[in-house]
Ligand binder design. Structure first.
Ligand code: MRU
Length: 347
C-alpha cells in the first residue's frame, strides 16, 4: 500500500487529513502556506518526519506565492514564513531541521533570479520528502535484523507511513520484518488521548495485512507479564545527545514496563530527529495541548465540566531504559553519548 501522507503537485500542497482517518480518506488542498502551517498545528498532519516535510513544502509554497521582484523583501518574507512554521509545534526537532534546510537552500542560491530560487526551494522540499522515504527503508532494514521470527512486538503511537513521507520508522521496521516473512504479531497501544494507535497504526497495519491486536495503554503490562510481548519498538520526536528519547506521552511508561520484564526496547528514528544541542531530555520543550483532547472523545465530553486537566503530548524516556536506537546510519547501542557522537557527528 502506498499512503500519500503529503504531496506537492501543480503548485499546491495536498495533505491527507489524519483527523478524518480511518473513517474517511480526504486530502486538504493548500494553496497558501498558512493552510499548511494550520494543518500542522491542528494535527491534520502529525508525526515528527511528516511535519518536517510539511514545513519544507509549506515554505516552498509560501515563497512561490510571492509577487515581489525585490530580493530584500523576498528574504524578509522567507524569515517570516520560517518563523510562522517554527511556531506550529515545539517538540519534534525534524520541523526545525527542515526549516533550517530550506533557509540554507535559499541563501546558497541568493545570487540567482527569484524565479530560480523559487524552483530550487520546491526541488529542495521534494528532495526532503524523497530522502525521508529512502531513510525509512534503511531504518527498516537495520531494524528488521533485530526482530526475530515469531516476535510479539508492542508499538506506541503511530510511527508509520502517516507520520513520515512514507514507509515509517518503527512501523517501517515492522513492515520490513513482515516482508521478510518473520511471522510477527503486533500489539498496538491505542495511545490516549489522541488515539494515534487506535486510529492510525491500526489502519495502516490492517491495510498492510500485518497481524495485530489493539489494546488500551493500560493493558501493556498485563500482556508483558503473560509473556505475550517480547519486543517494544517506538519512534521519536527528539533525541538528546545522551540518548534520552522524547516521544508520545506514555512511551516512558512502556519503557519502565519493558525493563521490569527484561524486554528489549528499541527506538527507530532518522538522524534528523537527533538534537545534540540538548545534553539530556530534560532540556527539551514538551508540548502541552488543548485540554479538550482529554475531556472529549471526538465531539463528546466524557468528563464533568470545570475540572483541572493536564495534557502533555510527549514524555522523556531515559537512555538507561533503551536497548538501542535504530537509524539509517546503523544501530546505536550504549554507551549512547559516545556512540551517538561517533555515528551522528554534527548531522
Ligand atoms: O503528536 P504526534 O502525533 O505528532 O506524535 C507523534 C509521535 O510521537 C511519533 O511517535 C513520533 O513523531 C515518531 S513518528 C515517525
Amino acid at each position: 500500500m502506498k499512503v500519500e501522507t503529503i504531496t506537492y503537485k501543480g503548485g499546491l500542497v495536498y495533505i491527507l487529513d489524519q483527523k478524518k482517518l480511518p473513517q474517511k480518506k480526504v486530502y486538504i488542498k493548500c494553496s497558501r502556506y498558512q493552510q499548511v502551517a494550520d494543518a500542522i498545528t491542528r494535527m491534520n498532519i502529525r508525526g515528527a518526519p511528516a511535519i518536517g516535510v510539511a514545513a519544507a513544502m509549506g515554505i516552498a509554497l509560501g515563497m512561490s506565492e510571492l509577487k515581489t521582484k525585490n530580493k530584500v523583501d523576498f528574504f524578509n518574507q522567507l524569515d517570516k514564513i520560517s518563523r510562522d512554521f517554527a511556531k506550529t509545534r515545539p517538540t519534534a526537532v525534524n520541523l526545525f531541521w527542515a526549516i533550517d534546510k530550506m533557509v540554507k537552500c535559499a541563501h546558497r542560491c541568493e545570487e540567482k533570479s527569484l524565479s530560480s530560487i523559487k524552483k530550487l526551494l520546491i526541488k529542495e522540499a521534494i528532495d526532503i520528502y524523497n530522502k525521508d522515504i529512502q531513510t525509512n527503508k534503511k531504518i527498516g532494514k537495520y531494524g528488521a535484523q533485530l526482530i526475530h521470527k515469531k516476535a510479539m512486538i508492542l508499538t506506541h503511537c503511530n510511527a508509520g507511513a502517516l507520520a513520515t513521507a512514507g514507509y515509517g520508522t518503527a512501523l517501517g521496521v515492522i513492515r520490513k520484518a513482515h516482508e521478510q516473512k518473520k511471522n510477527i504479531k503486533v500489539f498496538v497501544d491505542e495511545t490516549r488521548p489522541y488515539l494515534q494507535g487506535a486510529r492510525l497504526t491500526a489502519w495502516e497495519l490492517k491495510e498492510e495485512k500485518i497481524p495485530f491486536t489493539l489494546i488500551t495503554d493500560n493493558m501493556a503490562g498485563y500482556f508483558m507479564y503473560q509473556g505475550k510481548i517480547n519486543v517494544v519498538i517506538v519512534g521519536a520526536d527528539r533525541i538528546a545527545a545522551n540518548g534520552d528519547v522524547v516521544n508520545k506521552i506514555g512511551t516512558y511508561t512502556v519503557s519502565v514496563l519493558a525493563r521490569k520484564h527484561n524486554i528489549p526496547f528499541y527506538v527507530a528514528a532518522p538522524v534528523s530527529t537527533f538534537d545534540i544541542t540538548k545534553s539530556s531530555g530534560k532540556e527539551i520543550v514538551i508540548e502541552e495541548r488543548n485540554f479538550q483532547e482529554v475531556t472529549h472523545i471526538g465531539k463528546k465530553r466524557i468528563t464533568p465540566k470545570g475540572i483541572e486537566v493536564a495534557n502533555p503530548a510527549f514524555d522523556i524516556t531515559p537512555h538507561d531504559d533503551i536497548t538501542a536506537i535504530i537509524t539509517e546510519k546503523g544501530v546505536i547501542k550504549p554507551p549512547f553519548k559516545k556512540n551517538i557522537k561517533r555515528i551522528i557527528g554534527n548531522k
